[in-house]
Write a new protein. Structure first.
Length: 209
């Protein structure tokens, strides 16, 4: 599908496999999410614009390139999206961080917003929305719709594992938003969990059930 990028890097695939293992501890799981997010950040930021500058090295004057254009903002969907923030900030420490709180109604499976806090200059930034799991796509689509209502047009979505149903929903609702995922799984089960997936990412990140 156009505008969908599934990572095949061996390090990412190895770490995703470890995350899937139900024996992986909370500490290990949290570290793996952080590491995979950092590895994915390379590709997610690949199209960031550069400008040429002149720098004096200890040897000579060099013409080299630095980042130009809009700055970044990371917007994790609470709560599981928080686990991906530190890995991204390791590579792009200048990024600001906003938060959107959504939960899925257990009966309708539709997202309900309960919290939103964004940087004051959010409209001037390129946005990466973070959520480990793209299941039904409802929460991701709702979060992106909310950002667009704020006048934000440059948005990417980054997750660890995606179901085909979630990719289709997000692509249909927001065809302009690139989707980056570390793995695409088979399907959703009757409870809207990704199969084979890795369970509830929030519970595994924070040691809750």
């Amino acid at each position: 599908m156009e505008n969908v990028f599934v990572f095949d890097h061996p390090l990412i695939q190895h770490k995703i496999s470890l995350m899937r293992d139900k024996r992986t501890t909370t500490k290990e799981f949290r570290e793996l999410v952080n590491e995979v997010a950092m590895l994915m950040a390379y590709e997610v930021t690949r199209d960031m614009p550069l400008k040429e500058v002149e720098i004096e090295t200890p040897v000579a004057i060099a013409r080299t390139r630095v980042l130009a254009g809009k700055k970044l903002a990371l917007v994790p969907i609470l709560r599981a999206g928080l686990g991906m923030v530190d890995g991204m900030l390791s590579l792009i420490p200048m990024a600001k961080v906003g938060h959107i709180g959504l939960y899925r109604d257990p009966k309708t499976l539709e997202p309900v917003e309960y919290y939103c806090k964004l940087p004051d200059d959010i409209e001037e930034r390129e946005i990466v929305v973070l959520d480990p799991m793209l299941a039904t796509g409802g929460s991701a689509s709702a979060a992106i719709s909310f950002l667009k209502k704020k006048g934000i047009n440059s948005i990417k979505f980054m997750c660890l594992i995606a179901a085909p149903e979630g990719i289709e929903r997000l692509h249909n609702d927001h065809p302009d938003v690139p989707i980056f995922c570390a793995a695409q799984d088979d399907r959703l089960n009757d409870h809207a969990y990704i199969v084979p997936g890795l369970g509830d990412a929030g519970d595994r990140l924070f040691g809750t059930k």
